[in-house]
Design a protein around this ligand. Structure first.
Ligand SMILES: [Fe+2]
Ligand SMILES: [Fe+2]
Length: 359
């Protein structure tokens, strides 16, 4: 399809498509959308939901064990520090760890909200602007649900220094693809793996529902990043791709080694150095941190950032084995789990209505 024929030729208007900073791009081509992105946009529109209606916020959270699940998954489990704690202190640690983790989700979601709106501004094509606009609304809803969850929990932490630093790098880069790479691939890829663990092990229905519904949206966001970058990266020079690989490798190291919940240990008057040391070296924790890269590694490979720098970095981090993981199957599962929870919710609503009409 050709570009819309304007009555006056566009180049006679004197308007440029990009401003000097490279942060804002207009397009006058309203007609040429890529099928994949337009389909994703249609899906994004159809799958909008209202967190106030779809989630039953009356469901409770146990303050002593907010997510339920086995203590063995706790970062300090098995350490001399953990073994010495009273039951009341263990409960406090559980509550604060969930507060810390969900607070980072909250701040990360705000980062995603800002990044998605930045993509609307800076991406050159109309199809991507359309889709990113649906993501802006998704991310606003995610901020809303995590904020509401944390209000119910009653423990919230400020943004972690390392998350803030990755977000700053992503936001201050004027190259539009870096926003996708930093947010849709790295930060959201890591978050999705963490969400997946929570969704699968938590026994708290509210925590499970919130996570499953957010994941259903995130699966589209990651697909958006993948499709856009897969089209774009082959067009770059090898030097330009190398820059992207270096950025991704550094961000991955930072994400693997620096999220050690130290704010929690400090707040609860535990020995910060011993706790950090334990979390850094305990076998279970090392495995947990590797697992967080289960989605990032195959996606980077898929979008063509798979040179020596990237492979060496993942080899060193011990996560190269995820290169062949089936991301599409994981995303499909994210959709099905959310749909199943939704189906059960609707059945409950129908039962309640039926019970009401019988009474
Ligand atoms: Fe999100
Ligand atoms: Fe997202």
């Amino acid at each position: 399809m050709s570009v819309k024929e304007f009555v006056i030729p566009v180049d006679k208007t004197g308007w440029k498509v990009a401003d000097g900073s490279g942060m804002v791009r207009f397009t006058w081509d309203y007609d040429n959308g890529r099928e994949k992105l337009l389909n994703l946009y249609e899906k994004g529109k159809r799958r909008q939901w209202d967190a106030k209606i779809r989630i039953d916020w009356d469901q409770g959270i146990d303050p002593d064990d907010p997510l339920g699940g086995p203590d063995e998954f706790g970062p300090l489990y098995g350490s001399p520090i953990w073994n010495k704690l009273s039951d009341a202190k263990k409960a406090e640690v559980r509550r604060h760890l969930v507060g810390w983790q969900f607070s980072q989700f909250l701040h990360g979601e705000q980062g995603a909200l800002i990044c998605a709106s930045k993509i609307v501004q800076s991406v050159p094509d109309i199809d991507a602007k359309y889709y990113a606009a649906t993501q802006v609304f998704d991310e606003a809803r995610h901020v809303e649900v995590y904020s509401t969850f944390l209000d119910k929990l009653g423990v919230a932490y400020p943004i972690n220094y390392n998350l803030k630093s990755i977000l700053e790098d992503v936001l201050h880069d004027s190259r539009w693809d870096m926003t996708y790479l930093g947010m849709q691939v790295l930060i959201e890829g890591l978050a999705l793996a963490a969400f997946g663990l929570i969704r699968n092990f938590t026994t708290n229905q509210l925590g499970k529902t919130v996570t499953a519904y957010v994941m259903q949206d995130e699966a589209r966001h990651v697909a958006f990043g993948r499709n856009s970058l897969k089209d774009y990266y082959p067009q770059l020079t090898s030097k330009e791709r190398q820059e992207r690989e270096q950025f991704a490798a550094e961000a991955c190291f930072q994400m693997q080694n620096r999220f050690l919940s130290e704010e929690v240990w400090e707040t609860l008057d535990l020995d910060v150095e011993s706790c950090k040391d334990w979390v850094k070296n305990a076998e279970g924790q090392i495995q947990f941190r590797s697992f967080l890269f289960m989605r990032i590694v195959p996606i980077l490979r898929d979008i063509g950032l798979w040179g020596q720098t990237m492979q060496d970095a993942f080899e060193k981090m011990g996560v190269i084995g995820f290169a062949n993981a089936d991301v599409d199957a994981m995303m499909q599962e994210d959709e099905s789990v959310a749909e199943e929870i939704d189906r059960q919710r609707k059945m409950q609503v129908e039962d309640t209505i039926a019970a009401g009409s019988e009474a």
